[in-house]
Design a protein around this ligand. Structure first.
Ligand code: ADP
Ligand code: MN
Ligand code: MN
Ligand code: MN
Length: 372
């Protein structure tokens, strides 16, 4: 078992005194970036002389990439390039959180900076006004890394009563969900909902719909807020796509997609065309839907527990056991959006949305073998 912080047990009332001290015109800006695992987040803070009014007022910065798995020791300075600014819900106005892209010393994107390529693809298709809404599932763990509120070393009653549940015997960790929701609203993260999931101590929040590159920015900052809030409460939020083996649901990141044409009268035809293209390129998508080329998702996409098999591409109206689901309402209206249910909870949204654009809009067709 790894070491975990017990600072959640410190006196938080005392902390309030210091957080309320005036800070003059000075502004704390916390830079947030994706590390060399493609899944972890890092952040560090600096003081600016005055409150930035927009992203252009926030200077580039740098960090030691050899300590984050992003550079070798001898040439370790990496650039942090601010891309989207949020209000800081922890230290409050005027302080900011800023999501950054990471560049190497030659100013090319670092290995795990998938935003750079994604934003180029999004620019190519901007006339289509593509929207994405992502459903982030996650699992709360206690500091012993067993699911939060599960009996020590044991299991709760079988799945059934937990999805969207209320009650102390079935909803575990709602404080975190509610604090996260409020923190997102304050920060300016486009959260659109939250619910308890099928596995006890598993929850979901939804982000979007957002156009183009913005969905990835919004989802990454929503994840950052979740991890920070969990730190305060002394629990861990894992994005592992299958935290518990056995008869327990895994965690995905369903990705809902529409173009302007799909949303317009008769749009179902465009939805069906996009799905047909996805069906010809299943393995390519699986490779991009978790940070390990399909290895993480293999544990989740079994064909059971509201998933499709990783080896098959299937489509269904209102079918939660399919790779792609067309929501019932969309079938009835003849327009709207479709849902790609394959992405893992720990996917990089930049990789997922770029792959969808490349296949469905840019018409790319190449397949790739699944890594062993
Ligand atoms: P379910 O659990 O039934 O699959 P949710 O309510 O959890 O659905 O999530 C629906 C998602 O679909 C939300 O993230 C929302 O932003 C997204 N969404 C809704 N309309 C559109 C649209 N036209 N284009 C893309 N995404 C959409
Ligand atoms: Mn959902
Ligand atoms: Mn869900
Ligand atoms: Mn869904």
């Amino acid at each position: 078992m790894s070491a975990v912080s017990v600072s959640s047990r410190l006196n938080k009332g005392l902390r309030q005194h210091y957080l309320a001290l005036p800070q003059g015109d000075l502004c704390q800006v916390t830079y947030v970036w994706i590390d060399g695992t493609g899944e972890g987040l890092r952040s560090k803070t600096q003081t600016l002389e005055r409150e930035p009014q927009g992203i252009e007022d926030i200077p580039e910065w740098n960090f030691d990439g050899s300590s984050t798995g992003q550079a070798r020791g001898s040439n370790s300075d990496m650039y942090l390039v601010p891309v989207r600014m949020f209000r800081d819900p922890f230290t409050l106005d005027p302080n900011k959180l800023v999501l950054c892209e990471v560049l190497k010393d030659n100013r090319l994107p670092a290995e795990h900076n998938l935003r750079s390529a994604c934003s180029k693809a999004m620019e190519e298709v901007q006339d289509l006004h593509i929207w994405f809404g992502m459903e982030q599932e996650y699992t709360l763990l206690a500091l012993d890394e067993h699911p939060y509120s599960w009996p020590q070393g044991g299991f709760p009653k079988p799945q059934g009563p937990y999805y969207c549940a209320v009650g102390a015997d079935r909803a575990f960790g709602r404080d975190i969900v509610e604090c996260h929701y409020k923190a997102c609203l304050y920060a300016g993260v486009k959260i659109s909902g939250a619910n308890a999931e099928v596995m006890p101590s598993q929850w979901e929040f939804q982000v979007g719909p957002c156009e183009g590159i913005e969905i990835g920015d919004q989802l990454w900052m929503a994840r950052y807020l979740l991890h920070r809030i969990c730190e305060d409460f002394g629990v861990i939020a894992t994005l592992d796509p299958k935290p518990m083996t056995g008869d327990w649901n895994g965690a995905g990141c369903h990705t809902n997609v529409s173009t302007e044409a799909m949303r317009a009268e008769g749009g179902l035809r465009h939805i069906e065309e996009a799905i047909e293209k996805l069906g010809r390129r299943h393995r390519y998508h699986i490779r991009r839907y978790d940070p390990h080329g399909g290895q993480d998702n293999k544990r989740r996409l079994t064909g059971l527990h509201e998933t499709s098999s990783i080896h098959e591409f299937t489509v269904g109206l209102a079918n939660r056991g399919a790779s792609i689901r067309i929501p019932r309402q969309v079938g009835q209206d003849g327009r709207g959006y479709f849902e790609d249910r394959r992405p893992a909870a720990n996917c990089d949204p930049y990789a997922v949305t770029e792959a969808i654009v490349r296949t469905c809009i840019l018409g790319e067709t190449g397949e790739e073998e699944l890594s062993e």
